[in-house]
Write a protein that binds this ligand. Structure first.
Ligand code: NAG
Ligand code: NAG
Ligand code: NAG
Ligand code: NAG
Ligand code: NAG
Ligand code: NAG
Ligand code: NAG
Ligand code: NAG
Ligand code: NAG
Ligand code: NAG
Ligand code: NAG
Ligand code: NAG
Length: 693
């Protein structure tokens, strides 16, 4: 038990966990938080936004047509938006200045292009590099009419000397883009860089190079150095570039800032700081032509907080919860220990209650070892069935639910979870598990083991892949139809299994719920009798058991129904119903038949009497089955369904007749006469020992 005080403490402390678990908002409420799909998805953080009311002002308006985030104010596609303690940046997709002009005369200007971010809150970051590509190329960058950076690249390096360099400042470095076909250089770390002109020109130096198609092209661009370093490892790759990511710093214009937030410290409760003026943007008053500058501020979360500092409550505490968290973890740990102990005790209790000790004793005495019936532990079966996941349910019946599971060794099993245990008499259950685990018949589903540590006992069976006979007989949609030979084979196998249970096993076992739904088919359509939930084993000197009537309507022996006395002949009756199902392909109880013929047994008997049996047979049967064979099986079924149990054949006799048909198929000249067998049986019937309820 958890001390009540501790429990209260836990409740009290559980709220900061919720606060911690909630991930901080990145966009305004009800606004899209991302644009694009898969790897190319860009998270749209405020002040950027998609749609009215989602962005701070038109500078940050993003459109998301065809999954491409487009920043309208500067006409560029956005590849990433990032807000960190150090910087607020965006990555944009920019075109490369490029020329493949064949006639370019040495020393002449080739091409130029400008990028103008003036009056926007966006600036070229000094984390970009300026790159020139091509043979005999001089690429340079100018701003406000003065050159601020540039570099040279040659394809023929034979006589490059200091004198041939037009600019002494140009550096040749980085083994991959170092002046041979490609050159790169830093740009000044002026914060206010908003307007750039890139120029490509040809040096006076004459290249001693055969001009390939590619070598004829020159290009120049600004590029995010991180991307360039990670993606471009050869001049040839640089030569092919048409678009490159460029990193832009951004902030918020003083004027816009005032619009959203007049008193920052109050509004943000000191979780964020927006006092840093990091750059000045230049604007031109269109009416007066006067240029003026405007401060641009940037926000960041204060120490101990993280998130989006541009949003109200965007920064969330990451440190506050720690003290409480430790206390909580301590409490949780205690609780787990207490609970685990309680669990172990409970498991032991269940094990005792479910007769685990008795089973161990019985199995040991039967066989000298417990190997025959493995005792699984509950954890193993939880894992095997994915905690008894609904998706794993194979079927549900009166006795419980069957789940498909996979043991750690990869073996596929069926796990049956019994319904409430109180109705079961533990000794009987244990007796049955012990006996079933002794049964080793190829047409009886094998019990692999059980688990008694849980509230209700769990039984573990081998998994039979093809489902029930019921499904194959009555599912019209099923493309696969059981042939006459298969039906005969199934009947023989089930009869053999029942015969074994009734006589060959060390104690007679009555199945008590034979029906097509309890006959499973394996991958070769071999029958396996399943569901011994209601089965009874009886002492050798008994010929019947007196119980509460259990079974399935439509298969139930009418004599048992009246007397509550279950005998081996009650199983024979149920088997007779299965035989009729195999012959007719119809359900034991069906509302599609007329009122009088709801019950398949009645329907069948009436047809036999009125001599129109062949009208009700399954076409699949009449197609191939020989008339004599069909008649033999029909007569056998009829005798199994005799209202007087004593007049029914034993399972052994049934099995013999069925095997006889198969044998006669092989030696078709041997005639099988069922009539003879039917009357031999009467002599074999043992005295009917009546025990009253
Ligand atoms: C997406 O990302 C994964 C791993 O980061 C990478 O293997 C894959 O190539 C990427 N796909 C595209 C289309 O970029
Ligand atoms: C963006 O493109 C439109 C038309 O394509 C043009 O009118 C506008 O001036 C451009 N804006 C910028 C900042 O280049
Ligand atoms: C950049 O734009 C070009 C042309 O629109 C496009 O082909 C390219 O895929 C874009 N690059 C990235 C990384 O989105
Ligand atoms: C830029 O190129 C244009 C033609 O495209 C030319 O008229 C102009 O003079 C060039 N400017 C510079 C500085 O080279
Ligand atoms: C451009 O240069 C002129 C003088 O050369 C200077 O007065 C002006 O402030 C500069 N503008 C910028 C934006 O740096
Ligand atoms: C070139 O370098 C010298 C000093 O090394 C410096 O004074 C000059 O401003 C630089 N020129 C350019 C265009 O960067
Ligand atoms: C390059 O070297 C060759 C001889 O090796 C010479 O003829 C030529 O003038 C040199 N070019 C320059 C630009 O120095
Ligand atoms: C040009 O290169 C070739 C071989 O690459 C060489 O034989 C020739 O001497 C070079 N000419 C000049 C002027 O450097
Ligand atoms: C700021 O904190 C005070 C008390 O610490 C609180 O009453 C107020 O609601 C908070 N304001 C905001 C905007 O979070
Ligand atoms: C916020 O922090 C500033 C200094 O950083 C301080 O002067 C101010 O009183 C703080 N405001 C609140 C509400 O804590
Ligand atoms: C441009 O200048 C005029 C006159 O100084 C002023 O009235 C107007 O508000 C200015 N426009 C902008 C957009 O700043
Ligand atoms: C502003 O400059 C443009 C060209 O640069 C000129 O045509 C216009 O007359 C100027 N306007 C004023 C008010 O000076």
């Amino acid at each position: 038990m958890i001390p009540p005080l501790l429990f209260q403490l836990m409740i009290l402390l559980s709220w900061p966990i919720n606060a911690l678990a909630e991930s901080p908002a990145i966009a305004k409420p009800n606004c899209p938080t991302s644009c694009g799909n898969g790897n190319g998805s860009v998270s749209i953080q405020f002040p950027f936004g998609i749609g009215d009311g989602c962005y701070l002002d038109h500078q940050y308006e993003v459109t998301c047509d065809s999954s491409t985030p487009f920043l309208r104010s500067i006409n560029l596609t956005v590849l990433d938006i990032s807000i960190s303690l150090e910087a607020s940046t965006i990555l944009v997709n920019h075109t490369v200045l490029r020329s493949c002009n064949l006639e370019s005369i040495p020393g002449e200007f080739v091409r130029n292009g400008t990028v103008n971010l003036e009056s926007s809150p966006f600036f070229f970051s000094d984390e970009n590099r300026f790159v020139g590509v091509g043979c005999n190329t001089f690429a340079y960058l100018s701003s406000n009419r003065s050159i601020i950076s540039g570099c040279l690249s040659f394809c023929d390096r034979s006589n490059i000397s200091a004198e041939t360099m037009p600019l002494s400042n140009v550096t040749l470095r980085n083994s991959d883009c170092n002046g041979i076909k490609c050159c790169q250089t830093r740009i000044p770390s002026s914060r206010d860089l908003q307007q750039l002109r890139m120029t490509l020109s040809t040096t006076n130096y004459e290249e001693n190079t055969t001009m390939t198609e590619q070598n004829k092209c020159k290009s120049a661009f600004l590029v995010d150095q991180e991307w360039f370093g990670n993606n471009i490892d050869s001049p040839d790759k640089a030569q092919g570039l048409k678009h490159v990511p460029v990193l832009l710093d951004w902030g918020i214009h003083e004027s816009s800032f005032d619009l959203i937030e007049r008193n920052p410290s109050k509004r943000y409760n000191n979780t964020s700081d927006c006092n840093q003026i990091f750059a000045h943007s230049t604007s031109t008053n269109t009416s007066t032509n006067a240029t003026f500058t405007m401060p641009v501020r940037r926000c960041r979360c204060n120490p101990g907080y993280e998130g989006n500092p541009y949003l109200l409550h965007g920064c969330q505490g990451i440190g506050i919860g720690f003290g409480a968290l430790f206390l909580l973890i301590g409490a949780w740990w205690l609780y787990i220990i207490v609970k685990r102990r309680k669990n172990i005790k409970l498991k032991e209790e269940y094990f005792k209650r479910n007769g685990g000790l008795l089973l161990q004793q019985q199995l040991t005495s039967l066989d000298g070892s417990v190997d025959r019936c493995k005792l699984f532990n509950s954890k193993e079966l939880d894992k095997a069935t994915d905690n008894f996941n609904m998706d794993r349910i194979l079927g549900q019946g009166g006795q419980g639910t069957v789940y498909k599971g996979m043991l750690t060794d990869g073996k596929i099993v069926a796990v049956k979870k019994s319904k409430a245990v109180d109705e079961w008499k533990i000794e009987e259950f244990i007796n049955e598990v012990a006996i079933l685990s002794q049964i080793n018949h190829r047409n009886v589903v094998k019990l692999l083991g059980c688990c008694l540590e849980t509230e209700v006992p769990l039984l573990v069976y081998e998994f039979i892949p093809n489902g029930t006979l019921l499904h194959y007989l009555h599912n019209q949609a099923e493309e696969f139809q059981l042939t006459w030979d298969m039906r005969l084979q199934i009947a023989i196998e089930v009869a053999g299994a029942l015969c074994y249970l009734h006589s060959a096993a060390s104690f007679p076992i009555y199945h008590r719920d034979i029906k097509s739904a309890n006959i499973l088919l394996d991958d070769k359509y071999r029958a396996k009798v399943a569901d011994f939930g209601t089965s009874k084993s009886i002492a050798i000197d008994q010929t019947h058991v007196t119980t509460k009537v259990k079974g399935t309507f439509g298969y139930l022996d009418p004599e048992y129904f009246q007397s509550s006395q279950f005998t081996d002949k009650s199983d024979v009756y149920s088997f007779g119903v299965v035989l009729v199902e195999l012959l007719t392909g119809q359900k034991a109880i069906s509302s599609t038949r007329s009122q009088d013929n709801r019950s398949l047994v009645t329907h069948f008997i009436v047809s036999m009497v009125e001599n129109n049996l062949f009208d009700i047979l399954d076409p699949e049967v009449t197609k191939v089955g020989k008339k004599e064979e069909i008649m033999t099986v029909a007569n056998l079924a009829k005798s199994c369904l005799n209202l007087n149990g004593k007049k029914r054949p034993t399972m052994k006799e049934v099995a013999t007749v069925l095997e006889g048909i198969q044998a006669s198929q092989k030696e078709s000249n041997v005639q099988q006469n069922y009539e003879e067998v039917e009357y031999v049986r009467t002599e074999l019937i043992e005295p009917w020992d009546v025990v009253s309820t």
